[in-house]
Design a protein around this ligand. Structure first.
Ligand SMILES: Nc1ncnc2c1ncn2[C@@H]1O[C@H](COP(=O)(O)OP(=O)(O)OP(=O)(O)O)[C@@H](O)[C@H]1O
Ligand SMILES: [Mg+2]
Length: 251
């Protein structure tokens, strides 16, 4: 298990500096927090890590492996998975099919072949379906397996999104506001799962606005504002940092 390291990472969109020389470490075995006001650059960091956006400057490494210019597909094969702030599910497809979509990193025949259930893919599809069913069971979602994902309650859609990311058995899991829109009970259930995953050795990055939630789950938190890191450290110290308080009051 390796540490994900961002070194002096920058991203410019024309005149907008969405990330400005950001250096971060996301080690295995713990949940690292990433907070900051709206527009601070949090989602941009995840887009840069996963290769969805190219860097303007800086490097990203996972252990010895340089991921700076690696394709999203190769980054996923390297063991990174994410969830999206704006849930991205195939809304018409059953919840279980959406979870199945997350398994493809480990499969030989293409995702498309699996979906079309070509003869070569049928046995594999059955196997993947069984594994997706296990995940649904673990997340108490079995009764929704055949429901169209788009028709599920918001908190349940977030779970499906999360299970899809988990299906690839990532070493590094990047969670972009994974409990947004959930009530406290649901969010706390998810928090327990995030902790279990970290305890199993996963490197977890958690973007979240709820400070109590972050304080409870994270040992180390980074704070972004205007694309720059303005504070980092233990959550209790960070939320008392005058620079952090000023950033949130300004927002
Ligand atoms: N594809 C893009 N093209 C142009 N500007 C972008 C793009 N993506 C992000 N930005 C800009 O980069 C800045 C950072 O956006 P980002 O979405 O990373 O913030 P965030 O911290 O995730 O905010 P939120 O808390 O609202 O999710 C914003 O000014 C945003 O408008
Ligand atoms: Mg965001």
């Amino acid at each position: 298990m390796s540490t994900l390291v961002l070194d002096q990472v920058s991203k410019h969109f024309g005149g907008v500096v969405a990330a400005d020389k950001v250096s971060m470490q996301i080690p295995p075995g713990r949940i690292t927090g990433l907070i900051g006001p709206n527009g601070a650059g949090k989602s941009t960091i995840v887009n840069l890590i996963t290769g969805m956006m190219s860097l303007t400057a800086g490097t990203i490494r996972l252990g010895d492996r340089d991921l700076t210019t690696t394709s999203p597909h190769e980054i996923s094969r390297a063991g990174l998975a994410r969830t999206f702030q704006n849930i991205r599910l195939f809304k018409e497809a059953p919840a279980i099919d959406n979870v199945m979509g997350g398994f493809h990193r480990h499969e030989d025949s293409s995702l498309l072949a699996s979906i079309l259930a070509l003869p070569s893919a049928r046995a594999e599809t059955r196997r993947i379906r069984a594994r997706a069913a296990e995940l649904l069971e673990r997340f108490n979602m079995t009764r929704y397996a055949s429901f169209p994902a788009g028709g599920l309650a918001y908190g349940h859609q977030r779970r499906v999104e999360f299970m899809r990311a988990l299906a690839s058995q990532p070493n590094v899991l990047l969670l972009d506001e994974p409990v947004a829109g959930m009530n406290d009970v649901e969010a706390n259930e998810m928090g327990v799962i995030f902790k279990e995953l970290a305890a199993e050795g996963m490197a977890v990055l958690l973007i979240e606005h709820n400070m109590r939630f972050v304080t409870r789950l994270c040992e180390h938190v980074y704070v972004l504002d205007g694309g720059r890191l303005i504070s980092e450290g233990e959550p209790k110290k960070v939320i008392a940092d005058p620079a952090v308080i000023a950033a949130y009051l300004g927002a």
